[in-house]
Design a protein around this ligand. Structure first.
Ligand SMILES: *Cc1c(COP(=O)(O)O)cnc(C)c1O
Length: 381
């Protein structure tokens, strides 16, 4: 029997309805053309398919299709946002504000910029993983050019009050970037209401394919952004390279499905997660990390006191989960996110992120909860 997949925050399987559309964009009888080919129907059809997908992505976040720049994923979108703004705004200032619990795809570009002379203010989350608007307000300086704060944290599921941060950045005329890789498709995201200037999305976190993503770039007021990939001037010069028609069509379809099903799905996943939590948190040594209510429906990060995390993972062979984030689980260092919210090293090592999604059943949640309870009981001896 395959283990139950409870690692939807690391990646989601492609929805079969998405896969079907993608398959129609590969072979000679499908939409395989180069969207940039202007001289024949193969190219025109591909362009049409890619532009329809662009509208579907834009619709999900209430943007204009012209504000969507295709990328290879949220990592590239974050790199384009951070380095692109930094480079374009260099003359105005070299100060950036972000949080120390961002995804590595924000932290690493910030470190890169620091090596090149930019100053970065790292905001500390509170014990629930929230970054407060007042912290951002206090950190703003005359030379601040960009604030980057994630919408939903990938390890904890905690959801920031992005609209309040957006309002104060707008008032101070400082650009605001949001890494929304975990929230788009899971929570309503409206770039107008959130007052963001740049927002990163990843297709494979919302039942689309890996290797596709987008950066939302506001048109009014316009955002000056220096391209990071040159070669042909695709995407209005902001990101060159032949567009991957099948990936983008899949991404678009995934967004269209999310738009239709989001509310109902969030409710269903929340119900399943709560069934799981009710059983697992019955153990007084188990503690839910992150914010109790301001959180994604699908993520539950739990610390198990008195249990070795590695041993727990090893004994949970029937459940596919991750300790901390997928990117750091290979190292022995405990999660920097858990450390930042004040979880001890020992407890951080004994923490597991369970993440639920579209194909998780109630039966799977109950099965996983029973396995966790049995494993924890066995390890406590
Ligand atoms: C997954 C993830 C990313 C990276 O996205 P890719 O599309 O895999 O490059 C960035 N930020 C957050 C919050 C994520 O969850």
């Amino acid at each position: 029997m395959e283990p139950v997949y409870l690692d939807y925050a690391a990646t989601t399987p492609v929805d079969p309805r998405v896969a079907e559309r993608m398959a129609g964009c590969l072979t000679l009888d499908g939409i395989f053309g180069n969207p940039a080919s202007r001289s024949h129907i193969y190219g025109w059809r591909a362009e049409e398919a890619v532009e329809a997908a662009r509208r579907e992505v834009a619709d999900l976040i209430n943007a204009d299709p012209r504000e969507i720049v295709w990328t290879s994923g949220a990592t590239e979108a974050n790199n384009l946002a951070l380095k692109g703004v930094a480079e374009a705004a260099e003359a105005r200032g070299r100060h950036i504000i972000t949080s120390c619990i961002e995804h590595k795809a924000v932290l690493d570009p910030c470190h890169y910029l620091m090596q090149r002379g930019w100053e970065v203010t790292w905001l500390q989350p509170d014990s629930s993983g929230l970054i407060h608007p007042e912290q951002v307000a206090a950190a703003l300086r005359p030379d601040t050019v960009l604030v980057s704060v994630m919408h939903a944290n990938n390890e904890l599921g905690t959801v920031n009050n992005v609209a309040a941060i957006g309002a104060l950045c707008r008032a101070r005329e400082v650009l605001f970037h949001v890494d929304a890789a975990q929230s788009v498709g899971k929570l309503p995201v409206d770039v107008g209401a959130l007052q963001v200037d740049l927002l990163s999305i990843s297709a494979h976190k919302l039942y689309g394919p890996k290797g596709a993503g987008a950066l939302y770039v506001r048109r009014r007021p316009p955002v000056a952004l220096a391209p990071q990939i040159h070669g042909g001037g695709h995407e209005r010069g902001m990101r060159s390279g032949t567009l991957a028609t099948h990936q983008l069509v899949g991404f678009g379809q995934a967004c269209a499905l999310a738009n239709l099903e989001l509310a109902e799905e969030a409710e269903r996943i929340l119900r399943i997660r709560n069934i799981f939590l009710e059983e697992v948190l019955a153990d007084p040594g188990a503690q839910l990390n992150g914010h109790p209510s301001q959180r994604l429906p699908g993520i539950a990060n739990i610390s198990f006191a008195g249990v070795d995390g590695e041993a727990l993972l090893l004994s949970l062979r029937d459940v596919a989960v991750s300790t901390g984030s997928a990117c750091t689980s290979a190292s022995l260092e405990p999660s920097y996110v858990l450390k930042a919210i004040g979880v001890s090293d020992e407890l951080a090592h004994a923490s597991i992120r369970f993440s639920f999604g579209r194909f998780t059943t109630e039966e799977q949640a109950r099965f996983a909860a029973a396995r966790v309870q049995a494993a924890v009981a066995a390890l406590r001896g």
